[in-house]
Design a protein around this ligand. Structure first.
Ligand code: OAD
Length: 248
């Protein structure tokens, strides 16, 4: 994969980079994406497993699935794409990382202050009063909140729910003000997250897409790299460091 020299020149000059990632960044860690042909939503029903109504209908099935996914995610490690993004955070005057992923692999790779638009799969909270709960949940003994009696649920954002207000406000600010916006490993199908790249583009940012497949963003992106993020991102970091060394 050739990294466009023009992109490296731009990255060496600009001050503020925003990166938004989706499930594709974690694919090389062994975590399934959602909308690829072998993705999770090809096998499972999101209405049943990722909505409040599905959870109210059958909380045991939902907890079974999230416990299973927690086990898988718990056995996975960050890949070179996550590490490259963690390295990028010190290469610019301002760097913002926005993710739709719930797996916390960015944080494990060393990224700070990650804006988690879709929550995380590690924590739980009460459906009714929002208090956080740390304990593991067994689908055979579904726990209720000790304060209000509500059902305890995983802290992921489900379809039809609002995104965490603070994370989304900061993500919008990043998109509106960045010089370069990277859209990495996302199908750009799920809103409002998918809108951030367009917000950045309309605000004058250069948009870079890294994805082996074409998405609805592709034709609006200024640079498109059709390859795996675990291959492309370390090359970008390497080229940028080389360029800076030669030009300083
Ligand atoms: P999708 O499954 O919709 O899209 C994953 C994207 O990653 C696809 O466009 C793939 O082509 C791309 N991809 C696959 N392997 C890749 C690799 N090695 N490197 C780079 N890209 C790769 O996942 P998201 O866009 O993240 O919501 O989906 C958005 C939301 O929909 C998720 O956060 C989830 C889901 O329902 C919630 O859980 C709330």
């Amino acid at each position: 994969m050739t990294i466009p020299h023009k992109l490296i020149e731009i990255l060496a000059e600009i001050k503020h980079v925003a990166v938004m990632t989706g499930a594709g960044i974690s694919a090389e860690s062994g975590i399934q994406t959602f909308r690829d042909p072998d993705g999770l939503w090809a096998k499972f029903d999101p209405r049943e497993l990722a909505s409040v109504s599905g959870f109210m209908e059958n909380s045991a099935i939902v907890w079974d699935w999230y416990n299973h996914r927690r086990d898988i995610i718990g056995s996975c490690s960050p890949n070179p794409g996550h590490y490259a993004i963690a390295n990028m955070q010190d290469m610019f005057e301002r760097f913002d990382l926005i993710t739709q992923n719930v797996d916390r692999l960015h944080q494990l790779a060393g990224s700070n202050d990650v804006m988690e638009l879709h929550g995380n799969i590690i924590e739980n909270h009460c459906l009714d009063c929002n208090r956080k709960f740390e304990e593991e949940i067994s689908p055979t003994e579904l726990p209720h909140c000790k304060y209000c009696g509500g059902k305890i649920r995983p802290s992921v954002v489900w379809f039809g729910e609002l995104l965490p207000e603070d994370a989304f406000r900061r993500a919008e600010d990043a998109a509106l003000n960045c010089d370069v916006f990277f859209s990495i490993g996302t199908s750009s199908e799920v809103y409002p997250a998918a809108n951030l790249a367009f917000l950045a583009k309309n605000s004058g940012a250069i948009v870079v897409e890294i994805n082996p497949s074409t998405t609805s963003l592709t034709k609006y992106a200024d640079f498109v790299m059709n390859d795996k993020s675990g291959i492309v991102l370390p090359r970008i970091v390497e080229k940028l460091l080389e360029y800076k060394e030669q030009n300083n």
